[in-house]
Design a protein. Structure first.
Length: 457
């Protein structure tokens, strides 16, 4: 058996173990990088660590640190309350408010599961109180998170754009962001129509103050989870993506979410400053975020005391581990070997759609960012032939690998399942599973048809 084939089989084993066992995929990938690098590729420690993504490490730590402070001082709760007041309590608009909130949170740097964990308990409480389909509300929250997930300063966006730059592929940060935004917006619109959204327009309005405060109270009273347990614990939720946020142990205890305190004003200003610094002045997102977080921590140490513990360390481990292993694959020539094999099919468009389906299927059970980190480098050799646009292919892979996070086996889907009060949990689990299956079957083909076939980039 060739060394290249052994390294790919080890990668498959890593995904299988992470999917079926409660082991962080990044930790598994580090172990695999050590074993394959030393025993198969004859690499020393320097060769193994050559692929360690130091820049992405700083981005992950910096933006999640800043966002943890925003959660701790109640800034995110204030944003939720303000958004409900903005639509004057119209029931039909509440799902779209939740979509927009989670999209805004991930767009400014929140890890997707963290944003879902914050918004889902409140959103599902609204759904139970006002007769909104929990599947509709849960899907709107998850697709909202993915809609903003590829902004240039987001976690997913930074990761994918970093991989594209490292692999020396043509990239377009705005095209990637807009592809994910419009894809999830269209899916959310379809879900809204199919699952009772149109009927909500005939409903009256609720009192904004009362609805937001009551829903927030309901969510905090149960720790963001329905009473009576958290229901099934899908294996995929332990695959490595910040599953600890499901219980929201760091939920703000401040009851008044309607008032702008000095700490919240400063945090909102910091979030805006991060956006301006990165987009207007091309400063490093990670270093800028850490600097802003340190300033906030110094000014309000009581709000920031636990923020370091709330950094998405499991996601940091996941990304750094997977990309380090991909670096080993690159060092030993596996990336080129596998890419030549895919391109050897003779039909680049067929190879492209197969990669999209692989990304969607694996991501429905494991880590979205993990599979993207592995698939994009695998696509490099046949993209280098120029027959398929790199920008469109990367966008299609990104969309295919993330929209399937509504699956109850993924972290986001599990969070929605856990946050839904007063539902038949087994029935809701089956609904999420069927819906996730439909997304896996349909979206990769549509993404390939819209983004790859026209030859973007």
């Amino acid at each position: 058996m060739s060394p290249e084939l052994i390294s790919i089989l080890v990668l498959v084993v890593v995904f299988v173990i992470a999917t079926t066992r409660s082991v962080n995929m990044g930790a598994l990938a580090f172990a695999a990088a050590f074993a394959v690098g030393e025993l198969v590729a004859d690499l020393d420690a320097d060769g193994i660590f050559a692929g360690f993504p130091g820049d992405l490490f700083v981005v992950l730590v910096g933006v999640t640190y800043l966002f943890a402070i925003a959660r701790a001082n109640g800034t995110t709760d204030w944003l939720v309350h303000a958004s409900i007041r903005l639509v004057r309590g119209r029931v039909a608009l509440i799902p779209w408010v939740m979509f927009a909130i989670t999209g805004a949170l991930t767009a400014i740097g929140a890890v997707s599961p963290a944003a879902v964990a914050i918004v889902a308990p409140i959103a599902l409480s609204f759904a139970a109180r006002y007769g909104i389909s929990p599947l509709l509300m849960g899907a709107m929250v998850v697709h909202g998170a993915q809609a903003g997930g590829f902004s240039p300063i987001s976690i997913y966006g930074s990761i994918v754009n970093g991989i594209v730059e490292r692999e020396k592929l043509p990239g377009n940060e705005i095209a990637l962001f807009l592809a994910s935004l419009f894809a999830n917006l269209v899916i959310a619109g379809v879900v809204f129509v199919l699952f009772g959204g149109l009927k909500l327009w005939a409903r009256g309005a609720v009192t904004p103050d009362e609805s937001a405060e009551d829903a927030s109270k309901d969510a905090s009273d149960t720790g963001g989870l329905p009473e009576g347990g958290s229901g099934p614990q899908p294996a995929g939720s332990a695959g490595g993506t910040n599953t600890a946020v499901a219980t929201r142990p760091d939920a703000p205890t401040t009851p008044d979410t309607t008032r702008l305190t000095p700490a919240r004003i400063a945090t909102l200003t910091s979030l805006v400053a991060l956006v301006v610094a990165v987009l207007a002045f091309d400063l490093d997102a990670g270093l800028t975020a850490i600097t802003l977080a340190v300033v906030l921590s110094t000014a309000w140490p009581e709000d920031s005391r636990k923020a370091v513990g709330q950094i998405a360390w499991s996601t940091v481990l996941l990304i750094c581990g997977v990309l380090t292993y991909v670096g080993v694959l690159d060092e030993m020539g596996t990336i080129t070997w596998a890419g030549e094999g895919v391109s050897g099919i003779g039909v680049p468009l067929l190879a492209a759609v197969l990669l999209c389906y692989i990304g969607a299927l694996v991501s429905a059970f494991a880590s979205s960012v993990g599979i993207m980190g592995a698939l994009i480098p695998l696509a490099v050799p046949f993209l280098a032939q120029g027959e398929i646009g790199a920008v469109g292919m990367v966008a299609a892979l990104a969309v295919s690998a993330t929209v399937v996070d509504v699956s109850p086996f993924s972290t986001n889907g599990a969070l929605v399942l856990a946050a839904a009060p007063d539902v038949d949990r087994e029935r809701f689990f089956r609904q999420l599973m069927v819906y996730g299956g439909i997304v896996v079957a349909v979206v990769p083909a549509v993404a390939w048809l819209v983004m790859v076939v026209p030859g973007w980039g």
